[in-house]
Design a protein around this ligand. Structure first.
Ligand code: ME8
Length: 517
């Protein structure tokens, strides 16, 4: 059977500074979707990378007394190292300084030129270097960038323009016809009102910078034009899956593209990018999802420049990786802003992971050891309505998890999984295997433990995308020899697959309680 394609991307990050928890947030979100869809039988391509050209990198290199490429080479290693540390399962990593990318960019420019969509003009307005964004007089506030609130600079230079205005109506029609194209809905509304104020043509070259891809001469001019960094960067979504070099792979994945981004870069993705694609006649991506900020205590966006950045290494060293992966996606509804706080983190780990999930695992394994010599009991036959309720719930939760992750709603998926974990803890309390043992009710005792083991197996499948390492440990503790990723939800998430007679193992607490003194 041919697997269905699923193409998921993150923004390609700037190389002016080391990565922080905000960049990790988007990349972890993409990783959860990639892992879950692989398990759900999709043929996944997960792309991330770095955005290396432009004025921001040029200036950072100057400041560091190095060349832009040397700076990029160094910072890229930091990204690669962090992604490995966070167990990111990307299929490729694209750098915009790679030949495979630059070739595609030049090809796209030629196509846009051929279409008659580029002309020479004069740009006279404002520019924000940290955001690499053009702004008009009416968009800036007190001389500051409306996105990052930093000083903008006045530009007046010759520039090539892309006829973005030409695609205004077509883009609006696409957004209206495809309600899921821009998500969440609030972001979609924002984009629609922006387009309705009237799209201007986009300046796509700079003559006052040198670090970037040179634009081929289109009209007679003495100036050397360097391609605007966003026009260059957005094309990574094509070059990263082999637009020129591997057209069968490209065609397989492209129309399923889901771009995960932060809300700061919505306009580039939901307006510039689709109009570029309309110009060259490519289908638009399936979805652009713009999430909110991870904020500090005062509700301020966490960023390097604000000095409130959180170091992902420090957090994982203190609490472990999976608790971080769990916390970020359980605590903050994806799409909204949410505060990163140490207190909330500790509370989540202690209540959801240690008390609920961890306890269900350790109690079940201990009792299986004590009452069944660690061996998985026989698949039970005489089920009560209470047993059946739990089994039905497990199947309902599998479906709900799929639906929520299809809708990119991580916290709802986790809430659903935890209803199953909670119900199973209550089931265990009610059935009280320790009493059944005393009363010699072996059949009921074994049935109860079988049900708990089976819920744990299904839960491990469902939590795998969020917490790969811990879920695999649960899987192995249940006595299953292979890797979770060798399975699919279709064959493994239905009821009753745990093998009777297989040997379970007691393992040290997976999610130890964090002591707060
Ligand atoms: O914008 N909370 O790169 P960038 C949540 N190179 N997410 C955050 C965050 C926070 N506090 N801070 C950063 C660029 N992010 C361009 C992208 S794509 C063709 C080019 C995440 O290094 C979020 O995804 O500034 C945001 O959009 C991205 O990092 C910006 O990364």
């Amino acid at each position: 059977m041919n697997k269905k394609p699923y193409y998921i991307t993150t923004p390609i990050y700037y190389v002016n500074d080391v990565p922080h928890i905000g960049n990790a947030y988007t990349t972890l979100a993409a990783d959860i979707l990639a892992r879950f869809h692989r398990l759900d039988g999709y043929d996944v391509f997960f792309l991330t990378g770095t955005d290396e050209h432009g004025q921001k990198t040029e200036k950072a290199a100057e400041k560091n007394k190095t060349t832009p490429l040397e700076l990029a080479d160094r910072v890229v290693e930091n990204y690669r190292k962090l992604w490995k540390h966070l167990q990111i399962s990307n299929d490729d990593f694209i750098r915009t300084t790679e030949d495979r990318h630059k070739k595609v960019v030049l090809d796209i420019i030629q196509k846009v030129i051929k279409k008659g969509d580029i002309y020479l003009g004069q740009y006279e307005d404002w520019y924000c270097i940290p955001c690499e964004a053009f702004w008009t007089e009416t968009q800036i506030t007190d001389g500051n960038c409306p996105t990052c609130s930093r000083k903008v600079e006045k530009l007046k230079e010759e520039s090539y323009f892309f006829r973005m205005s030409k695609y205004e109506k077509e883009l609006l029609a696409h957004i209206e016809k495809n309600p899921d194209f821009i998500q969440p809905e609030s972001r979609r509304n924002e984009v629609v009102s922006f387009i309705k104020t009237g799209l201007r043509d986009l300046s796509i070259s700079r003559t006052t910078i040198s670090w970037g891809i040179p634009v081929p001469e289109i009209e007679k001019t003495n100036k050397k034009h360097i391609l605007y960094v966003w026009f260059d960067a957005l094309i990574n979504y094509l070059s990263g899956i082999g637009y020129l070099e591997n057209s069968s792979q490209f065609n397989h994945y492209w129309s399923t593209a889901i771009h995960l981004i932060g809300k700061d870069i919505l306009r580039f993705h939901a307006v510039y990018w689709p109009t570029m694609l309309l110009s060259i006649g490519l289908p638009l991506p399936k979805k652009i999802f713009a999430h909110g900020w991870i904020t500090g205590k005062s509700g301020e966006k966490i960023s390097k420049s604000k000095g409130n950045a959180i170091d992902p290494y420090a957090v994982t060293q203190e609490f472990g990786l999976d608790p971080l992966r769990y916390f970020l996606f359980r605590e903050i509804p994806f799409g909204l802003d949410g505060e990163y706080s140490r207190e909330a983190f500790i509370h989540r780990v202690n209540s959801d992971l240690a008390n609920d999930y961890g306890n269900l695992l350790s109690r079940t394994l201990t009792m299986v050891q004590k009452y069944c010599k660690g061996v998985v009991p026989q698949k039970p036959k005489n089920l009560t309505s209470q047993d059946q309720l739990l089994i039905n719930l497990s199947q309902k939760v599998v479906q709900e998890t799929k639906d929520h992750l299809q809708a990119i709603s991580f916290s709802k998926a986790l809430i659903a999984i935890w209803t199953l974990i909670g119900a199973t803890n209550r089931y265990l309390e009610t059935m009280a295997p320790w009493k059944l043992a005393k009363e010699g009710k072996t059949q009921e005792l074994e049935k109860t433990l079988y049900l708990c083991l089976e819920v744990l197996r299904i839960s491990a499948l469902l939590t795998y995308a969020f917490m790969p390492e811990s879920s695999q440990k649960i899987w192995s503790a249940l006595g299953i020899q292979d890797k979770i990723e060798e399975h699919t939800l279709l064959e493994s998430s239905t009821w009753g697959h745990i093998q009777e007679g297989q040997l379970t193992h007691i393992i040290p607490p997976l999610f130890p309680r964090i002591q707060t003194s």
